[in-house]
Design a protein around this ligand. Structure first.
Ligand code: COA
Length: 160
């Protein structure tokens, strides 16, 4: 089943593909292409996230993936990755919009995420999608970098 996603400003519109634990090996290669080696997720970790209660994932076959979780009316972006050669083409924006639609369909009222304070591309993407900072986790990442905690209300999110 594909999930047609209306992502304002995207051309062309992308059809996102829901992923399953059986897709974890493929997704781990995609994830590894997008993150430094120390931050890349293994197939085992990805499969566990997809098998966990409320876990879901979407693939943009052009070269992007997002994993999320929705439990007790709250959703979370677990990871988002776009292949380096495919960036700035709207794939990240489309995946995030798709995850927000999926989370709302799973009865979540709000979506949260953590992002490194120095990850300007991701912070720009999240702010453009309506996320706002609601917290700061000091030394959240292994290299000591702080993380912003960001939140968006799914009921109020534009374009959903
Ligand atoms: C963050 C990431 C997913 C963005 O994916 P993308 O497909 O390039 O993003 P999009 O093309 O959809 O960009 C959407 C918006 O995000 C912002 N943005 C994206 N890349 C940006 C950059 N390098 N600098 C500034 N803003 C950026 C812009 O507002 C952009 O809109 P615009 O192109 O109209 O200006 C991608 O850079 C990535 O995979 N990075 C490595 C992994 C990572 O950091 N993941 C997030 C962890 S929390």
């Amino acid at each position: 089943m594909t999930v047609p996603v209306a992502a304002p400003g995207d051309a062309p519109r992308a059809a996102l593909v829901p992923v399953r634990p059986a897709d974890a090996l493929f997704l781990s290669h995609l994830h590894r292409s997008a993150f430094p080696p120390a931050e890349a997720w293994s197939a085992t970790v990805i499969a566990l996230q997809l098998e966990a209660p409320g876990g879901f994932g979407l693939l943009d076959p052009r070269g992007g993936m997002i994993l999320g979780r929705a439990i007790a009316r709250e959703a979370e972006v677990l990871t988002l990755a776009v292949e380096p050669g495919m960036r700035r083409g709207g794939i990240g924006r489309g995946l995030l919009a798709g995850a927000m639609v999926q989370a709302r369909g799973l009865d979540a009222d709000a979506m949260f995420l953590e992002v490194a304070v120095n990850n300007d591309p991701a912070i720009g993407l999240y702010r453009a999608a309506g996320f706002e900072q609601v917290g700061l986790r000091r030394r959240y990442y292994a290299d000591g970098t702080d993380a912003l905690v960001m939140r968006v209300s799914l009921s109020a999110a534009a374009g959903l």
